[in-house]
Design a protein around this ligand. Sequence first.
Ligand code: MN3
Length: 384
Amino acid sequence: MTRKKIAILGSTGSIGTQALDVIAAHPDVFEVEVLTAQRNADLLIEQAKQFNPNAVVIGDDAQYEKVKAALLPLHIKVFAGENALASVVQMDSINLVLTALVGYSGLKPTIKAIEAGKNIALANKETLVVAGELITTLAREKGVNIYPVDSEHSAIFQCLVGEFHNPIEKIILTASGGPFRGKKKNELVHVTKTQALKHPNWTMGAKVTIDSASLMNKGLEVIEAKWLFGLNPAQVEVVVHPQSIIHSMVQFEDGSMKAQLGLPDMRLPIQFALGYPNRIKSDFPRFDFAQYPALTFEKPDTETFRNLALAFEALGRGGNMPCVLNAANEVAVQEFLHDRIGFLQMSDIVEQCLSKINYVANPALEDYVNTDKETRIIAKELIN
Ligand code: MN3
């Protein structure tokens, strides 16, 4: 059996390191072809020494010499900068590109990889939020498959295996509710980033953890699901399920519903995306019903957590509005992480950007680029 050659964009982040754990456990199935990191040169060097890829890219030019010197004796090619990222994903030898970059930065390299006909394991949900129509159209043209890594979308994908010809009536995305579930607005005015960064169930990067606390993560996932599975907004429902055992559900046209369950462990959806269509034996901890006598469900509180409603609004308006939502949120999260705005202000900024930025009905790539730029400027003005 030939091994799948994987390029990991963002190998030093939470998804990237867990993907390398999966690959290390199955050297007979996978090999690492490319690793890329934005700033963490030390970890990138360490990973390259362990996995011996064909090439690595360090985003930060200033660290190029350091990485090059460290990997020269191993004959690993070293590149630096954004353009290098865009060209390295097109290398002939790559079978699958795992996009684990954070935020908008994932858009261009994902487009380049699809243009080169590479199948994508998509962990960077913002790519589909910003430019879902463009990405999915391009993928269809190029005959490229996009395998979801996000646990909810992986769950839906797993429910759909063997059902691809059967229409979906609706999907139900589950949400943990985050660390502030049950709280009201007046209790959220003064919450700190330390509190927001304590997710009850999942261990993830800072951006997605803040998004989970504000329910923006679920909003972004609603948009991501729309594009991955070709749905109308009305076919996407969100239910709060604090135990994070059911990772999401699909209801078919006969009324039957399928769910995918398991302990919250990102390695499982990562491994499923990398290994598809095969399920690979793992030693991940197994779920035990006796340990969870009560799996509970409740409606999301969109009065308090307005981001989820704002995401549905952006999706309903379409065009460049999801791109506005994403850019405004990326700025808001950064400002919150730097203690410059409060938790509730994040939604204010997103809402105001959605009303201030000009609507573009059928955006091309440059419209997305401009919308992203303009939104970031407006969002920063609103803060200062
Ligand atoms: Mn998720």
